[in-house]
Design a protein around this ligand. Structure first.
Ligand code: GLP
Length: 245
């Protein structure tokens, strides 16, 4: 496990972008799975800036969306599709044919899971995934006590996710179900990056990295991945050691 620590959000983002860009340069044409959420937004901005300087070609890769809230789509501000399109895929100029995101409005959500799983398989699986750690340790919408053997799945969202999730919807309540790439597919990735920043993530970072892995904290299930990189900032890292778990 590598742990990279930025002094602040900007340095955290630059470190994360550097890591992803290095992977892209070495693995053109592979499939990436990126999280929405607040944590990686600076990483996406930094990657776009690197591309503008000619340092990386983001359009050389394929992208699968990590997750989506059920019942909403791009038209809804706060959906994963909207966040990723407007902050990354759009500004980075990624061709539509290189992207597959979950359709949270699909009438048959089980079929949507199967279709996304097939799309992933057709590209040889996920090569690198960049995951934000949620306050309850979820990765994507793999909530506490998730079945770690699922490749893609439909889930009932945890109470903490519903509570924290209002931040994406201007304080309004959020959907109660999610659709996500599962732990099995994420663990199959050649490289896993877990990202967490800010003092509030100290406790869950400790549970993720230091405590015995448990299905109650899905992010901790990544501990034994042999190509795991943790990207964090000093606020989260300091809080981690002060956190009683
Ligand atoms: C959200 C999203 C995930 C995200 C995670 C952490 O609910 N569905 O894609 O990675 O939780 O979010 P944040 O980075 O805002 O803390």
């Amino acid at each position: 496990m590598n742990i990279l620590i930025g002094q602040d959000f900007d340095e955290f983002s630059a470190v994360g972008a550097g890591r992803v860009a290095a992977f892209i340069r070495e693995n053109p044409g592979k499939l990436l799975c990126f999280a929405a959420g607040d944590t990686p937004l600076g990483i996406y901005q930094a990657l776009i800036a690197m591309q503008a300087r000619g340092e990386v070609d983001l359009n050389s890769m394929y992208y699968v969306g990590l997750d989506e809230w059920v019942g909403i789509g791009y038209e809804t501000k706060g959906s994963c599709a909207q966040v990723m399109q407007d902050t990354f895929y759009g500004p980075a100029g990624i061709e539509a044919g290189r992207i597959r995101v979950f359709n949270g409005l699909a009438s048959d959500l089980e079929k949507e899971c199967e279709d996304v799983n097939r799309w992933i398989a057709a590209r040889g699986g996920i090569a690198l995934t960049l995951l934000g750690i949620g306050m309850n340790g979820h990765i994507g919408f793999n909530e506490p006590f998730v079945d770690p053997e699922r490749e893609t799945l439909l889930v009932d969202l945890d109470e903490v996710t519903a509570e924290v999730g209002t931040k994406y919807f201007d304080g309004s309540s959020c959907p109660i179900k999610g659709i996500t790439v599962g732990v099995k597919r994420l663990k199959e990735a050649d490289q896993v990056i877990l990202a967490a920043c800010g003092e509030k993530k100290g406790g869950i970072l400790k549970q993720t990295l230091v405590e015995t892995p448990t299905i109650a904290v899905p992010s901790s299930l990544m501990q034994d991945h042999d190509q795991l990189t943790i990207i964090t900032d000093t606020d989260a890292f300091r809080a981690m050691w002060g956190a009683g778990v």
